[in-house]
Ligand binder design. Structure first.
Ligand SMILES: Cc1cc2nc3c(=O)[nH]c(=O)nc-3n(C[C@H](O)[C@H](O)[C@H](O)COP(=O)(O)OP(=O)(O)OC[C@H]3O[C@@H](n4cnc5c(N)ncnc54)[C@H](O)[C@@H]3O)c2cc1C
Length: 456
């Protein structure tokens, strides 16, 4: 057995892990990233390749070091194909957007972290978490080439992605760490990189389309005019889809893909839920997908993962400086996540809950009738201003959807209440249970209004 000693050990060389590691290393700490993939494969991650918030990255690995992977920066709107209504909605996307070469991006963030002084141990699968009797996490244990590797550290950063094994192995019951996590709060997704013969007409758009069955959607995101990321996903509380076959069927029906060749195939799970109520325990912080930091309506998780990595490392640095890596000491991380994007994502999750309880055809009919600028606002902000209700009322096309519109209106008010409540996220762990009780009461109202099955 080999034993390694570091200030911070980060598990996972994805976006959250690289940003956490680079931030701590920049501040002079000794950081190792432990990654199960080999050096060549690291950074090769299943993704739609759409990067929202492409203008702002934490400074530890600045955007200038990633720009070569931004293969399409001309995308400025979403194109929602609604076959049930024979309609295509063109919806502007606020903020900067890019479609990226995801593997190239993955390599760039690893290089960025290396430049900041981070050590990478590849081919090392973490299998367990080491803890003291009082619950404090002290490190991880993994395997490389059949030999056991033990890593001791002041703080362990769990950046191992969706359904992280670290959280299965660690006993976090003595902390407030959110363990209310089930597979049904995740989406199963698959994508292919497809080279087409002629430039597509929609190279400035992200194309979305609902799937025929189960709650899910297909996407076509243009990396370039001829290289398309084509994929689909479904929420895992629904009847499973045959992702590969269903994608093939849609591709066959699209003339622009005639004669196309498939360059790469990958699938994975991603969290489509609210962020963890708390992602800290003594000596332990979870970041990115490992803490539910994904926009649950779009599946976008790259930007959240980068910022979560930064906030986690900054909290870890403060805690190590103070000689106390307990839950209280790391708590500022939860507050910064909730303040930056957590409240918004929790609000957006309400629309996911709503969509599980309505008929997909009715919902598509309604989407086809709504003013597209307000849809864009709702999609990205978790809410939309009050004026949209009046605009909707005047939308002649929405006749026939009034009941659904009214349900959506009530749901929106609950989502606003929820976002307000998340703005009051507690400043210490001892106040979390009271905050959770009030939040759960708001969620009960949401389930009652929508008729949806409780998600948590
Ligand atoms: C199909 C699909 C499409 C998506 N599309 C988009 C999109 O278009 N835009 C967007 O912004 N987001 C998208 N996402 C979400 C986005 O990819 C994630 O939110 C983001 O990658 C999260 O980064 P992360 O660092 O938390 O985790 P990851 O990028 O998953 O990194 C986790 C790392 O941990 C390693 N690891 C896991 N377990 C262990 C272990 N036991 N030991 C050692 N190493 C381990 C993994 O090998 C991996 O390198 C998509 C996700 C999927 C699955």
């Amino acid at each position: 057995m080999a034993t390694h000693e570091h200030d911070v050990v980060v598990v996972g060389a994805g976006t959250a892990g690289c940003y956490a590691a680079a931030t701590a290393s920049d501040a002079g700490y000794d950081v190792v990233v432990v990654e199960r993939k080999d050096e060549e494969e690291a950074g090769h991650i299943a993704c739609g390749d759409a990067l929202k918030g492409a203008d702002a990255f934490p400074e530890a690995i600045p955007k200038s070091q990633l720009a070569s992977s931004f293969t399409n920066t001309d995308v400025d709107h979403g194109r929602f194909e609604i076959p049930q209504e024979d309609t295509v909605l063109e919806i502007p996307v606020p903020g900067e957007l890019a479609v990226i070469d995801r593997w190239e991006y993955g390599r760039s963030i690893i290089e960025g972290a290396e430049r900041a002084g981070v050590e990478f141990h590849y081919d090392t699968v973490v299998k367990d978490v080491t803890q003291r009797e009082d619950g404090r996490v002290t490190g991880v244990r993994g395997k490389r080439d059949g030999s056991v590797q033990r890593y001791n550290a002041d703080v362990v950063v769990d950046a191992a992605g969706s359904l992280s094994i670290l959280q299965d192995k660690a006993d976090l019951d003595q902390s407030t760490f959110d363990t209310n996590v089930t597979y049904s709060q995740f989406c199963s997704a698959y994508r292919e990189i497809v080279e087409v013969e002629e430039p597509v007409e929609w190279s400035d758009a992200l194309v979305f389309k609902p799937t025929e069955r189960a709650a899910g959607y297909l996407w076509y995101f243009p990396r370039t005019e001829t290289e398309i990321n084509a994929g689909l996903g479904f929420q895992m509380n629904e009847e499973p889809m045959h992702l590969v076959d269903d994608l093939k069927r849609d591709l066959r029906n699209r003339p622009e893909f005639a004669g196309a060749t498939v360059e790469d195939k990958l699938g994975a799970a991603l969290p489509t839920r609210r962020p963890y109520d708390s992602a800290v325990a003594p000596g332990f912080v979870a970041v990115g997908d490992a803490a539910g930091h994904v926009n649950p309506t779009t599946g976008g998780g790259i930007a959240g993962a980068a910022y979560a990595g930064k906030y986690a490392a900054e909290a870890a640095i403060d805690a190590i400086e103070d000689g106390d890596v307990g839950e209280d000491a790391l708590w500022e991380y939860n507050e910064r996540v909730m303040d930056h994007f957590g409240a918004r994502y929790a609000g957006l999750d309400v629309y996911n809950v709503f969509s599980t309880a309505v008929d997909v055809d009715d919902l598509m009919g309604l989407l086809g009738a709504l003013p597209s600028d307000k849809l864009a606002e709702a999609l990205y902000s978790g809410s939309a201003n009050v004026g949209w209700w009046l605009k909707v009322q005047t939308a002649i096309k929405s006749i026939g959807h009034w009941d659904l519109i009214y349900d959506l209106y009530k749901t929106k008010r609950h989502a606003d209440d929820l976002i307000d409540h998340y703005r009051d996220y507690p400043s210490s762990p001892d106040r979390l249970s009271g905050w959770q009780a009030r939040r759960d009461a708001i969620m009960d109202d949401i389930y009652a209004t929508t008729g949806a099955e409780p998600k948590y």
